[in-house]
Design a protein. Structure first.
Lengths: 226, 79
């Protein structure tokens, strides 16, 4: 008997670009991927949520600063507060930082250039719901595409919250940090795009390890709740 | 009441825009250092006096206009 598909929502803000790629990738990895419109005040019944990349609300003022006040973001914050799994990719990472679900901030790349290329990442933690299919110390090749990806952590960031580091830093991020999670390990933000690396035809399938970890973790939660 | 909010990158935060501007100014022959690039937000706020307006604009800065981790702000009132 096939195991049940976990339901994973992908929020679409005005200006989101990678929402459909995220939906496609999650569905390809056997999730029931459902779109969530930014005006939704309540989320449907979900086992995890993804905030995709793009330029939400034009990224006016600061990246993610306006999306933070969107009704769907408030619902995602409630979902996270109850222990729900939330993955923020690129602009989604920026939104999670602005919303306070993750600590730190993402500033203009040190080079002032938009970078769009595959980057090697080191998996610092394989014990999160987003990296359970990876191995600690493993190198993943996943593309980045951003102009504002230089992560500046708060002074008191626990190093244990760093989940991914760049092996070749593309943006000047402090301490080569590419992805961080919250204290509980239930909310992850990263600048690289795992949804763009789920098929070897596109250069790498390493992103599928991250998304398949999420799908598996969401499935475990769905089964535990049933 | 008209207010101007100045938002600056905090000291110690790397500001590549400021560095690029500084290099460009040097290229033009100016002897400059310490260039930093921030933002200006002009707005009008309904309040009967400056203290009331200031309290409101400070809240705006804390909730939206500035990111306290990386930016400092200054509020000025005009006319």
């Amino acid at each position: 008997m096939a195991s049940p598909q976990p339901r994973i929502g992908v929020v679409t803000y005005p200006g989101s670009q990678d929402d459909r790629d995220a939906l496609w990738a999650l569905a390809a990895l056997d999730a029931d991927a459902v779109p969530v419109w930014h005006e939704e005040r309540e989320l449907p019944s979900l086992d995890a949520v993804v905030l995709p990349g793009g330029f939400s609300y034009g990224d006016y003022l600061r990246c993610g600063a306006i999306a933070r006040f969107s009704p769907a973001t408030a619902a995602v914050c409630e979902f996270a507060a109850s222990g729900g799994l939330v993955l923020g990719i690129c602009n989604g990472f920026q939104i999670l930082c602005e919303a306070g679900l993750l600590h730190g901030s993402l500033l203009r790349n040190e080079s002032l250039r938009f970078v769009c290329r595959d980057v090697p990442l080191r998996v610092e933690r394989a014990d999160t719901p987003f990296t359970s299919r990876c191995e600690q110390g493993q190198t993943l090749v996943i593309p980045v595409k951003h102009g504002d990806g230089r992560y500046v952590p708060p002074p008191d960031l626990d190093p244990a919250q760093v989940v991914f580091r760049y092996r070749a830093n593309p943006n000047g991020s402090v301490d080569d940090i590419a992805g961080v999670c919250n204290e509980a390990g239930t909310v992850l933000g990263l600048m690289p795009h795992p949804e763009h690396a789920v098929d070897p035809l596109l250069g790498s399938a390493d992103g599928a390890l991250v998304l398949a970890s999420l799908v598996e973790s969401a499935r475990d939660r769905a089964l535990a709740a049933a | 009441m008209k207010a101007t909010v100045l938002v600056r990158p905090k000291a110690g935060i790397l500001d590549p825009q400021g560095e690029a501007v500084e290099r460009a100014l040097e290229h033009l022959g100016f002897d400059v250092s310490g260039a930093r690039v921030g933002k200006v937000v002009d707005l009008e706020v309904s309040a009967s006096d400056e203290a009331g307006a200031r309290a409101q604009v400070e809240k705006m800065c804390e909730q939206l206009l500035a990111n306290p981790l990386i930016e400092s702000y200054e509020i000025e009132f005009r006319g």
